[in-house]
Design a protein around this ligand. Sequence first.
Ligand SMILES: *Cc1c(COP(=O)(O)O)cnc(C)c1O
Length: 382
Amino acid sequence: MKRDPLEATQVAGLRTLYVTQPDLPPLEDFVASLKEVWDNRILTNGGPFHQRFEQALAETLGVEHLALFANGTLALVTALQALRVTGEVITTPYSFVATAHSLLWNGIKPVFVDIDPVTLNMDPARIEAAITPQTTAILPVHVYGRPCDVRAIQQIADHYNLRVIYDGAHAFGVNTAHDGQSVMRHGDVSMMSFHATKVFNTFEGGALVCQDAKTKRRIDHLKNFGFVDEVTVVAPGINGKMNEFTAAMGLLQLSRIETVLAKRRAIAARYREGLAGVDGIRMVFDRDDASTNYGYFPILIGPEYPMDRDALYWKLRAADIYGRRYFFPLISDFPMYRGMPSAAHANLPSAVEASKRVLCLPIYPDLSPDDQARVIDAIRSH
Ligand SMILES: *Cc1c(COP(=O)(O)O)cnc(C)c1O
């Protein structure tokens, strides 16, 4: 039996640091919202909180057409339905498994292409070679909230008449550097996740941003069983609706997002300072980058570091510091994908390398400088 490396090494009395901790509004504010829901007696189905949150979120992000969802995965599955995507879709293996699962749930074949070794986003230069007559769309991910090369991807999509659906689960509040506008404005549809582990959380939740009112209408029908009115069903829709409690939470969170982003940015700056010059540690965000929300702070452990990534991961755990190996294993290594030709490691060298080396460090608004110093010291002392 494999021995748990943690056995007998737990440090007594120290706070356990997780990779993230949900940031919550004051409880009394949520209780006040709950009271309103009780008074309204409307719990879901596009009630007043849903309407207010949907509008406020669209305004905050500066987008015109936005639809709320119960979670990001249902939103992504629905986006593919709304655009009637079929056949093959080009995507990245370096993501959370829901990205490719959303394709399988639609009977679509994922085709994996490699990532850029610096940004860890899909490498646009790999897309063209993966296009076949069956290809209908591209599904990239703004990994760790850093925008993909949206212009290069759109150029290819336009040339080959492909749809672009962005998995923007990490990219809440992120703007693209070239125009300073929400990254969600790119592609045909963009998805966001408001899961408890994300920068902006509503317990669970998600949204789609699309380009026109017609697509938004279709998405709204699809997330509500296909109902247009009491007696008319126009599509085999699903139940993807966001309920009133979640929408109420979203409204409260929205008023705090600027503070949350500022705190995360400051923590990232402390990591950059604390880890500068450590041999074998490469920080994925190695300078202040306005094009991210610091939802994650990934580092890559190179051969110059005295131990490999997994050894460091276990060493940190023994010190009650729970980093996460996002993204390991690669999606393309899971059983339902690994038999596909595009899943071969020879096709994905940069993704394979990153997934062996990456470790995401604790980052959340309430991470104290002392606790963060513990993380930095544990990495520096070897
Ligand atoms: C979290 C996440 C999802 C899934 O979002 P849920 O709201 O949890 O369903 C999809 N893709 C990526 C990249 C994610 O990180």
